[in-house]
Design a protein around this ligand. Sequence first.
Ligand SMILES: Cc1cc2nc3c(=O)[nH]c(=O)nc-3n(C[C@H](O)[C@H](O)[C@H](O)COP(=O)(O)OP(=O)(O)OC[C@H]3O[C@@H](n4cnc5c(N)ncnc54)[C@H](O)[C@@H]3O)c2cc1C
Length: 384
Amino acid sequence: MSLEKTLDLFRQIAESTVREEAPLVDKEAKWPEQSMRRLQREGLGGFVVPQESGGLGEGLLGLAQACELLGEESASAGLCFGMHCVGTAMIAAKATDYQKKNFLEPIAAGEHLTTLALSEPGTGAHFYYPQTQLLSVSESEFMLKGEKTFVTNGGKADSYVISTMGVDPEALLHEFSCVVVEADREGIQWGADWNGIGMRGNSSRSLALQQVKVPAQNLLGQQGDQLWYVFQVVAPYFLTAMSGTYLGVAQAAFNEAREHLMNRSYRHSGMSLSQNQLLQHRLGMLWAKVERTRQLIYNACRQYDSGDPMAVLSIISSKAEVAHCAVDVVNEAMTLSGGIAYRENSRFEVLLRDARAAHVMAPTTDMLYTWLGRALLEQLILDS
Ligand SMILES: Cc1cc2nc3c(=O)[nH]c(=O)nc-3n(C[C@H](O)[C@H](O)[C@H](O)COP(=O)(O)OP(=O)(O)OC[C@H]3O[C@@H](n4cnc5c(N)ncnc54)[C@H](O)[C@@H]3O)c2cc1C
């Protein structure tokens, strides 16, 4: 299926199931079960699975556009689907035959959901320095001990891509490992439900790993080559999933403001707000902000998909910029929509709460600009 046709399918699902489920997802902090299951049923679970493993083999541009369409209706649905794709891309990057058969093929068949568990309470925004231990039990088995936080799709996925310290006690801080852990392994304990002010359907829960044993075959790549994953897979896919989702949030706010200006007219003058020159100007500026962010994101994705080594800088800028774009556009669109936008449970209330997560989701906006500056000054991107 061409990307264009696949995106049409995303649009249909977003405008029906995702839209219908969205109010409950926010109100009751409900994981978007119906949306996620429909995406899987319609063959989109394997969106980024390579074609040789039965997937659609899409890259970053597709991921950004898919998350944008979902995020326009529900930021939680966009991020839950996006995190499934990030976990999938991590598994696919250096998949062994065992991992293809046990993870990628079921993902492509819509029978398996995965996700990424990097963040930890001890290292917070510095997600690339995990403290979770990976201990060697035997040649064929590892044991995990540690704690993860904010695991999106927590308790809902069939497997978790988990970052850990290196097995070798001499391993340096950045020489960590990643393993894929099936949800039904003994020793997995979930914390309380996620109760954020926004992104309320994410099921971003904390996870205690209490001596969880996994087969050595579940190790992704080689021990110690995980910094490669951070810049080649985690950063591009994770940042793009978020960029697409929050671009969707900004677009949704723009649409609401445009609707209001089109439909609101005054009894005393008979004039529509759409005829007011100041408001026309402000709406034009709003559109330009959304569109230039969209072009930055799409261009970064095209760079990555074509193998440009400079793509990572554009991807980093995209997520920093879209965080500002989403928060600013929602705020400004609210002003254009007047008092009605300020009522409890309005669409804007949800958009405002959802947009605000963009800045704090790691890599956070401050860290992204610092990484950019360091790279431009020919310094190592990550701090010690
Ligand atoms: C809705 C939501 C969903 C999430 N989903 C996932 C997920 O699926 N998987 C996952 O692994 N994580 C996920 N996260 C975790 C997210 O990435 C964390 O919020 C992030 O790691 C920040 O950690 P912290 O809250 O401990 O912040 P802290 O580490 O306490 O940081 C606080 C502030 O200090 C700033 N700061 C710290 N160090 C520096 C520095 N060196 N330079 C500049 N600024 C700095 C940070 O930028 C931040 O603004 C999610 C978070 C949210 C809110």
